[in-house]
Write a protein that binds this ligand. Structure first.
Ligand SMILES: Cc1cc2nc3c(=O)[nH]c(=O)nc-3n(C[C@H](O)[C@H](O)[C@H](O)COP(=O)(O)OP(=O)(O)OC[C@H]3O[C@@H](n4cnc5c(N)ncnc54)[C@H](O)[C@@H]3O)c2cc1C
Length: 477
């Protein structure tokens, strides 16, 4: 080993989550190193939010002038048909990106955080290696007190439509060398529609293929209607309820329509934008054996993973995959590491879709609110502490939680479990059995189910489910 460094906080990934954590930690006097494999700024600054919005702006300007040239301006403005120097447009976009990523490096330096370029590989929860980053070109080993995972996400690849050739991801779509005559966008989410709109405004024939019944399935249905109308009016073909099957030998895209018939679509380029997945592979993360929530790293409301002093923020910690959420979490972890008390409990996270017209959402959609209102709810011990009481000591001389419960618990004598962690009652047999309450939506009556709870003192699992999950999903009443 040619070189070794020691730090308090080591951040893998210099995206919005990682660089904000680095800057904040530096401000708070925490010795910090940020390791970034490509460029500081991550997906957002390099191949996401910023370049896409730059191209959206350029495309809008081009479309405006094209409309003037067509003589349709109500203002009476007319010009000659415009032309586009694509290389210059892309260079302008790259200039903006360079300026912003340079700003991130400068801010990290100014606040005392060290930025190291290279791909980090995890050795253990406190050690990371970076090949080629040592002064002599060898492997640099960094040991840390706290490890923050901010490795972001990567585009989802369809197994039957792998990236390569005419099949591209958003990354390639943001740096075109030439414009396709016919572009098919697979996926009617916000990334596909934002980029599809750009290409349409620049003069391409665009078809959007979406498996669900409407575009922007993650957004409120009412809000997406004007977007669909405007897209169709501008000449974008929307094929909702169509699923992609793969590429035919002649290069056409095979698609199954709503009635189950197979059709073939011509395409010079196919942009696959069916979502992004957390980047959890390629840097030996599996060696830490962290708990996962689906494909993302499981975290609590302080961004702690299942391993002590290992934290995760941003896209790698799951939905919603948004830059400002990653930033908020980055700041939070930096502050916790510096000794402050913080929790990530957002009331609502806003999201903007830069289509035409733009959509801004915040909080629950009407569908989500309806779904939550009708779903079976578990009792929340935090919001209704009286739902718990001791099992074996009804007089409850020393157990405060059971005393509180005694006033309202309707089924005295049943084997309730005390949920108080600090219960000192000698006869309290907490953690043996506990009731799980449910409201049946169909019949609107309370039904009770008994679930065996793990007997380990600190374990919070109830059979197959975890009490924290039950509590978190519960709604205060
Ligand atoms: C086309 C597009 C448009 C978008 N538009 C918006 C928008 O308008 N608004 C919005 O809020 N969000 C938008 N997003 C999403 C936003 O970009 C992400 O939510 C955000 O970048 C997540 O930040 P992050 O820090 O978690 O990860 P990232 O930004 O992905 O950063 C992770 C960084 O970690 C680095 N890394 C990974 N593994 C290693 C390793 N082993 N060693 C060293 N470095 C490593 C990567 O190189 C990367 O730079 C968009 C995304 C895309 C693709």
């Amino acid at each position: 080993m040619s070189n070794t460094l020691q730090t308090q906080l080591l951040i893998i990934g210099g995206g919005p989550g990682g660089y904000i954590a680095g800057i904040r930690a530096g401000q708070l006097g925490v010795k910090t190193i940020v390791v970034e494999g490509v460029n500081p700024g991550g997906t957002c600054l390099n191949i996401g939010c910023i370049p896409s919005k730059a191209l959206i702006h350029a495309a809008e300007e081009f479309a405006k002038v094209t409309a003037y040239a067509a003589g349709t301006s109500p203002l009476g403005i007319s010009v000659q048909a415009p032309s586009l120097d694509l290389a210059k447009t892309v260079a302008w976009k790259a200039g903006i990106v360079k300026k912003l990523t340079g700003g991130v490096s400068a801010l990290l330096k100014k606040n005392g955080a060290q930025l190291i370029k290279g791909w980090a590989t995890i050795v253990d929860g406190k050690t990371v290696e970076i090949a080629g980053a040592a002064e002599d070109g060898g492997t640099l080993r960094i040991t840390c007190e706290h490890l923050l995972l901010a490795t972001g996400s990567v585009p989802v690849e369809l197994p039957f439509l792998p990236f390569g050739g005419k099949v591209i991801s958003s990354t390639e779509a943001l740096s075109p060398t030439s414009l396709p005559k016919q572009l098919i966008v697979v996926g009617g989410g916000y990334i596909g529609l934002e980029l599809g709109t750009v290409y349409r405004k620049l003069g391409c024939e665009v078809t959007v293929v979406e498996a669900q019944e409407r575009i922007l399935p993650a957004y409120d249905a009412e809000l997406t209607k004007p977007v669909a109308t405007h897209l169709e009016k501008s000449g974008v073909k929307l094929l909702t309820g169509h699923s992609v099957l793969g590429l035919a030998d002649n290069g056409q895209l095979r698609v199954r329509d709503k009635d189950g018939n197979e059709i073939a679509l011509d395409a010079d380029q196919i942009l696959v934008a069916v979502g992004r997945r957390p980047k959890t592979d390629g840097f030996n993360l599996e060696s830490l054996q962290l708990d996962l929530a689906g494909k993302a790293i499981k975290i609590d409301d302080q961004c702690k993973t299942s391993m002590r002093n290992v934290w995760a923020i941003g896209d790698v910690a799951g939905e919603p995959m948004l830059a400002h959420r990653a930033m908020a979490q980055g700041e939070l972890v930096a502050e916790i590491v510096s000794g402050k008390k913080r929790h990530f409990v957002p009331a609502a996270i806003p999201a903007v879709c830069f289509t035409d017209p733009e959509i801004v959402v915040v909080g629950l959609s009407p569908d989500e609110a309806r779904h939550r209102a009708s779903r079976p709810r578990s009792r929340c011990s935090r919001s209704r502490p009286m739902a718990v009481r001791c099992r074996w000591n009804p007089p409850m001389a020393s157990c405060a939680s059971s005393r509180a419960a005694a006033t309202t618990a309707s089924s005295a004598g049943r084997p309730w479990a005390c949920r108080s962690r600090n219960c000192r009652s000698p006869s309290c047999s907490r953690l043996r059995w506990a009731p799980r309450w449910k409201i049946s939506p169909a019949r609107s009556i309370r039904t009770r189910r008994w679930v065996r709870r793990c007997r380990k003192r600190r374990c919070v699992r109830w059979g197959m489910r975890c009490i924290s999950e039950v509590v978190c999903r519960s709604e205060p009443r």
